[in-house]
Design a binder for this molecule. Structure first.
Ligand SMILES: C[S@@+](CC[C@H](N)C(=O)[O-])C[C@H]1O[C@@H](n2cnc3c(N)ncnc32)[C@H](O)[C@@H]1O
Length: 262
């Protein structure tokens, strides 16, 4: 595990009209437009192909993350699960067969159409939602998010986790998978982001450019932020690319609920 010092995330210089809301809208537009080429990132094709050695390192880390998630799900078998920002279904496909029912939220109908085609499972219900305006109206045994937390601006972190808490049934647990800091995870032509800024530029295959929020958490910092909100982080790193693991409300730990292991 690589250890970095505690970081402070800074807002970049923005013009008065260039608001938080504008960047979040750009982020939605980016993922809507990217839907048909999104999976190239996970499968290391096209601009994400970094050559044999790095691709192999990525694949090994992806297998660790997927294997750990499937084992965790097989142990817990959540009856009711919620997936935030489900995307094209790269993780919905592992969740759906291992939970009773799954609600899959995303702001993009384009990615949900791909997800639906990939997963084709009667126990998954798709709902369009803007997660920055989202208020949970049900309680779940699992709130899952892969590569979503890094797209939540740091100054919305606390509010976001209060929503997660409100979505959790008694004994429920969140599960997070996200990016570690390694710039070879990006497309070959992506501008290397300044980690501390929390905003990155991304491009599509046609060259169009978008700004998105991208916060690369260091594990200790993330655990401290979660602890301050009353959650216990069980996240660990893979050798190179990812962070992953359960996040448990501390009242559940104090109440003697089974604390999930890796
Ligand atoms: C990096 S992708 C992650 C997708 C999927 N979880 C995965 O692991 O492949 C981020 C997802 O967030 C969605 N998204 C972006 N802004 C959103 C918003 N405001 N509300 C809900 N979903 C949003 C995008 O449409 C996209 O599917």
């Amino acid at each position: 595990m690589r250890v970095a010092s505690r970081m402070t995330y800074h807002r970049p210089m923005v013009s008065p009209v260039d608001t938080d809301a504008a960047i979040l809208a750009e982020q939605v537009a980016y993922y809507r437009r990217r839907a048909g080429e999104y999976d190239e990132w996970w499968f290391r094709t096209g601009r994400y192909d970094r050559g044999g050695e790095l691709n192999a390192a990525w694949k090994a880390d992806a297998e660790i993350v997927e294997g750990a998630l499937c084992r965790w799900l097989d142990t817990r078998r959540p009856a009711r699960a919620l997936e935030l920002a489900c995307g094209t279904g790269l993780f919905t496909r592992w969740l759906a067969p291992r939970v009773g029912e799954l609600v899959a939220l995303d702001a993009s109908p384009e990615v949900q159409a791909i997800n639906r085609g990939r997963v084709a499972s009667a126990n998954v219900r798709y709902e369009l939602a803007d997660l920055f305006a989202w208020e949970p109206d049900a309680r779940y045994d699992l709130v899952f998010m892969s590569f979503w937390l890094s797209h939540v601006p740091v100054d919305r972190f606390d509010r976001f986790w209060e929503s997660v808490r409100a979505a959790l049934a008694p004994g429920g647990v969140a599960y997070v998978i996200d990016s570690g800091w390694d710039t070879t995870s990006m497309a070959r032509n992506h501008v290397r982001p300044q980690r501390e800024v929390g905003i990155a530029q991304r491009e599509l295959n046609d060259g169009s450019a978008f700004r998105i929020v991208k916060v690369y958490y260091e594990l200790t910092d993330l655990a401290q932020r979660l602890d301050a909100l009353g959650f216990r982080s069980g996240l660990v790193t893979t050798p190179r690319y990812f962070i992953h693991g359960p996040v448990t409300p501390q009242n559940a730990v104090a109440d003697g609920a089974k604390v999930p292991s890796q």
